[in-house]
Ligand binder design. Structure first.
Ligand SMILES: Nc1ncnc2c1ncn2[C@@H]1O[C@H](COP(=O)(O)OP(=O)(O)OP(=O)(O)O)[C@@H](O)[C@H]1O
Length: 591
């Protein structure tokens, strides 16, 4: 086994040893039950975390999967005589199916609407199970062969079983974190549109996440039924279940395997003790504890205790890393704005992208009107025009963010109009954004690797493609830096690298030079030129004409959504209509 794997296993084994030891030493059955509950809620918190912690889509409805699992295991035992040893895995399958069924319609909703819809499922199930007359279903006692039916007199066995379940779920979560699965979920959380544009099929990954999360919640529900012995709709579909899953994860730390474990270890004993001591006098005291926990977390550590501690103790490590990267040499370029020397061989004649009669309206506004042009392999095409001329809308139509009302977008002759962004990315269209869309908490390398998955069969290949793309834009020295701390130029180059990592045939660059100082413009242009020298086909939107005339082979000029004219830089800069509509008199004076 390699060192990194051993190192990643060490904390899990340490936690398991501590919980295992505590479970073994406890001789009071109440404390044994408490420990088992801590582990059960840690498991459910991990299930919640897998969906909501990594994708950012908050679920208020995990009780739906949990409750179905609980009833599934008990009813299979009651009616089919099925042991929970089989019933619990089957509850996992039931939870997975429920996850998929819930995910398919619900992922069409965004933000708060997703959270609200998720709230409805367990409530609906609660009423359905009451209506079915399943108010109280008891686990049948099996006196003949109790162990075969997961019935033990020694309460510690349940704690050990719960610990085993927790370890399996930690292992699954770790696997998700370390593969493209986890990277895709994090990318969705940080910027779903950018993730799609980078070739990630966001709907497919979200469905996988909710299916896996539902499977875990279903299995945990089945196990919970075994320890409770009696299942009621309120106990397994109730609001408190979903709230508990969410709170332990949010309190401990979202988006990390440790969060739900920390959260459950602190919150469950507190709320259970209060419930036992004060529940008679103050019914619902658990809800109050969770309410206070949520408020405390929001105020003190919005992302949970784990991240707060990590930020505090990790600060020194971060400062060291910053000191190391501060010394990084700048991108090796001349940096001056001068007419660039003769360039790469002329573009060949193969048409890579053909746009025919594309139109798009927003209500009454015709943002893009019957636009058509061709782009040849190795060509740099500049799209220019006044503000609001429809340039970004055109890009959105080319990379699938928008569906044209009419017209065709032919990539190598195949009409791709209206296909999803990740499909267009796979077809070879990479893009960057006018308003940058970095995955701010990820490092440069992680940001870029997201773009590589579309072409890579393995995670190793994706890392290689990403490293290559980072080197091509000259960011190798800052590859390990968190994107949130980069300069505008570095962010622009990182976005370029992310698009490059997917080995696009055509790069759509949307105002890549915006917000850059004079020297930085020269640096970035140099990088774009180098890409063109390597026969990359580039379509670029840019307002900085001084830079554009030196860079592009041909211009398409848009005005009021339509093509005003197209031609070489020389002809365009002398064209009266272009001067009037866009360049203005100042340009003529300057030129
Ligand atoms: N989603 C939308 N809904 C409604 N109107 C939109 C939408 N997106 C763009 N528009 C409008 O369409 C027109 C074209 O906008 P677009 O952003 O494509 O122009 P642009 O040429 O990229 O401008 P700029 O140079 O300022 O970025 C504008 O009038 C804009 O207000």
């Amino acid at each position: 086994m390699t060192m990194p794997v051993l190192r990643s296993l060490a904390p899990v084994l340490a936690i398991a040893a501590v919980f295992g030891l505590v479970a073994t030493l406890l001789d009071n059955s109440y404390h044994q039950l408490m420990l088992t509950l801590v582990l059960v809620w840690a498991c459910l918190g991990l299930s919640w975390n897998l969906l909501s912690g990594y994708t950012g889509l908050v679920s208020f409805g995990h009780a739906a999967f949990f409750g179905l699992g609980a009833y599934g295991t008990v009813l299979a035992h009651v009616h089919l005589g099925l042991t929970p040893w089989i019933g619990i895995p089957l509850s996992g399958v039931l939870g997975a199916a429920a996850g998929l069924l819930v995910g398919l319609p619900t992922f069409r909703l965004r933000g708060h609407y997703f959270a609200l819809a998720m709230l409805a499922y367990p409530l609906a199930l609660l009423y359905v199970f009451e209506w079915l007359g399943l108010q109280e279903v008891s686990v049948p006692m099996e006196r003949e062969a109790p162990a075969a039916y997961m019935q033990f007199r020694d309460g510690r066995v349940y704690a050990w079983l719960a610990l085993g379940l927790l370890i399996v779920i930690i292992a699954v979560t770790r696997w998700v974190e370390r593969t493209r699965f986890g990277m895709a979920l994090l990318a969705i959380k940080q910027n779903e549109a950018a993730a799609e544009a980078a070739g990630i099929d966001t709907l497919a990954w979200k469905l996988r996440a909710i299916t896996l999360s539902g499977a875990i919640a279903g299995a945990v529900g089945g196990f919970y039924a075994v320890i409770l012995l009696v299942v009621t709709p309120a106990a397994v579909f109730g609001m408190l279940v979903s709230a508990q899953a969410l709170t332990v994860a949010m309190f401990g730390g979202v988006g990390t395997v440790w969060g739900p474990i920390i959260g459950a270890t602190i919150l469950i004993p507190v709320s259970e003790t209060l419930h036992a001591e004060l529940g008679g006098m103050l019914p619902g005291i658990q809800g109050v504890v969770y309410g206070i926990a949520i408020v405390a977390v929001i105020l003190v550590a919005p992302e949970g205790i784990y991240w707060k501690l990590r930020d505090r103790f990790g600060r020194r490590a971060k400062a060291d890393a910053a000191a190391r990267t501060a010394a990084a040499p700048p991108v090796p370029v001349d940096g001056t704005v001068q007419r660039l020397p003769v360039r790469r061989p002329p573009p060949d004649t193969a048409v890579v992208l053909e746009v025919r009669g594309v139109s798009k309206s927003f209500g009454g506004l015709r943002a893009v009107r019957d636009v058509g042009f061709e782009v040849r392999r190795g060509e740099i095409l500049g799209i220019i025009g006044p503000n609001g001329a429809g340039k970004t809308t055109l890009f959105n139509l080319l990379n699938g963010f928008l569906t044209p009302d009419a017209g065709r977008v032919l990539v190598h002759g195949a009409d791709m109009a209206g296909r999803k962004p990740h499909v267009l990315c796979r077809a070879g269209i990479g893009r960057t954004f006018q308003v940058m869309r970095p995955f701010a908490r990820m490092t440069v390398a992680e940001n870029v690797v997201i773009g590589a998955y579309v072409r890579a069969a393995t995670d190793g290949e994706a890392r290689r493609l990403a490293a290559d793309a980072i080197a091509r834009v000259g960011l190798s020295d800052v590859a390990d830096r968190v994107a949130g701390g980069l300069t505008t130029k570095q962010l622009r180059l990182m976005e370029l690298a992310r698009a490059l990592a997917g080995k696009p045939e055509i790069l759509l660059l949307d105002e890549t030079l915006a917000g850059l100082g004079h020297a930085d413009v020269g640096d970035v242009i140099e990088v774009v030129r180098r890409l063109a020298d390597e026969a990359m086909t580039i379509v670029i939107i840019e307002h900085t004409m001084q830079a554009m005339v030196r860079l592009v082979d041909r211009f398409v000029v848009l005005d009021h959504g339509a093509v005003l004219t197209e031609g070489t830089p020389d002809s365009i800069t002398r064209n009266e209509r272009v001067i009037e509509a866009y360049l203005g008199k100042k340009w003529t004076a300057h030129a």
